[in-house]
Design a protein around this ligand. Structure first.
Ligand SMILES: [Zn+2]
Length: 444
């Protein structure tokens, strides 16, 4: 074992603050298996949109095996390191939307609700993905919403309003990002797609074609707008498949990469106050987390940081003064309330079909309520089905919007301890910025 002079001096400094046994271990590591570096080469940021603390708790009980006394740990329990506040710039009060929250997480600066990585004066703010790109890293996004929805948009582009979907899609041409995977065909005209192809992007729309993509760059748009509810296609495993593909494409760059993965529809299900759809989206987001966790195990130079942008719906586990939450019906459900309602509007045997889809016997009282809702159309029936599920599970909601509660932070890999304890959402971005490589100084 030999030290060159400079590392030996560095080690000498660290010895001043450590015990002799540590020095021995540090020496042993020189010949042992590769040790994780203190600074990551690759960074994966994962956002469960709307995934407040009650979501991960509910998911634990939903996943619990009722045949065992213990409540099994989830991937969220395993990776938890801290909490983050989510409030936007003061002009928007204490309750953030996804755009201001994503701006904070992508740039380290708070802005107004609706802002896509512009400050309160509507001036563009540099994002983590832009910085990474300028340093020679590869970048990408894999999401379940349209790729130009608020969260991925704030990591990639700048606009005074999240609603300017077409302008955001157009601005993606200039990002030079290597991987775009998600929904949003509606926002990419044939002319715009030609411009992406001219820049070297492979464009695919069929999920099956993902396997044929073996190198960047790729623009994969697998739905008109958002991907289908996970509960409607439980075996499809789309977000985890997109995540795996993004990792394999981006890791071809020896300089490293930054990837954003979003479980976008956790929030959409929360806005609908649809606990069954929430659990489906949470399942697949956790599958995606496990894919990244495995990548971190195999590539110890990769940091993963997971958080939520805010809490949606004021979900409560237990409601109406009763000390219970009963997720059995959620485990048995095979389709979403939206799909059940659509089938029931058109079906002759709708009562039997509905009972089968929910996996329960419906009482005469429940059927009367559902019948009345069905007369008023699909949307009203879907809401009635969700209310029935809430009643059976004893799930509560306080709003169809967002709440200002803090969210959790989860991390693994080099420098993951930076995210321990309480922090602000802007701190998360600033810590990630600090971990990007320093620009190379010109030699003198
Ligand atoms: Zn939302």
């Amino acid at each position: 074992m030999s030290f060159t002079k400079a590392p030996f001096l560095l080690l000498g400094v660290s010895l001043l603050f450590s015990t002799p046994s540590f020095a021995k271990e540090a020496g042993a590591d020189e010949i042992g298996p590769a040790k994780a570096p203190s600074r990551p080469k690759n960074i994966v940021i994962m956002i469960g949109d709307g995934m407040g603390p009650s979501y991960t708790s509910a998911y634990r009980y939903y996943k619990d095996n009722p045949d065992t006394e213990e409540v099994e740990q989830t991937v969220f329990d395993r990776l938890l390191v801290g909490m983050a506040s989510t409030y936007p710039a003061s002009v928007s009060g204490y309750v953030t939307d996804s755009a201001a929250a994503a701006t904070a997480l992508a740039t380290g600066v708070k802005s107004y609700n609706g802002a896509i990585s512009v400050d309160t004066q509507k001036q563009p703010l540099p994002t983590i993905l832009e910085k990474a790109k300028s340093l020679g890293l590869s970048t990408g996004v894999a999401v379940t919403s349209q790729i130009n929805h608020a969260t991925p948009a704030a990591f990639l582009a700048h606009n005074e309003s999240r609603k300017n979907y077409d302008a955001l899609a157009l601005s993606y041409l200039d990002t030079n990002a290597d991987v775009f995977l998600g929904g949003g065909q509606k926002y990419f005209s044939p002319e715009l797609l030609e411009q992406f192809k001219a820049k070297g992007y492979q464009h695919i729309t069929r999920f099956e074609d993902l396997a044929s993509i073996t190198q960047p760059k790729v623009l994969g748009l697998f739905a008109q707008v958002q991907l289908p509810w996970v509960i409607d296609e439980k075996e499809a495993k789309k977000l985890s498949t997109l995540t795996q593909k993004a990792l394999s494409l981006l890791s071809q760059n020896d300089q490293g990469f930054v990837l954003l993965v979003e479980g976008s529809l956790i929030d959409w299900a929360g806005h609908n106050n649809d606990i069954a759809a929430v659990m489906g989206e949470m399942s697949e987001f956790s599958n995606a987390i496990e894919v990244v966790e495995q990548f971190v195990r195999e590539n110890p130079d990769t940091l993963m940081v997971i958080t939520a942008d805010h809490n949606t719906g004021g979900l409560s586990i237990g409601a109406n003064g009763q000390y219970s939450w009963n997720p059995e019906i959620l485990r048995n459900m095979s389709v979403s309330s939206d799909t059940l309602a659509l089938a029931a509007i058109n079906g002759e045997q709708w009562q039997a079909d509905l009972a089968r889809g929910l996996g329960v016997e419906l009482s005469a009282e429940e059927l009367t309520g559902l019948d009345a809702a069905r007369m008023q159309g699909q949307e009203t029936l879907a809401i009635a089905i969700r209310h029935l599920i809430d009643k059976r599970t004893n799930t509560g909601w306080t709003t169809d919007g967002h709440t200002g509660t803090d969210v959790q932070v989860f991390a693994a890999g080099p420098a993951s301890e930076l995210f321990n304890g309480h922090q602000d959402n802007t701190d998360i971005a600033n810590k990630v910025f600090s971990l990007l490589p320093k620009p190379k100084k010109p030699k003198n």
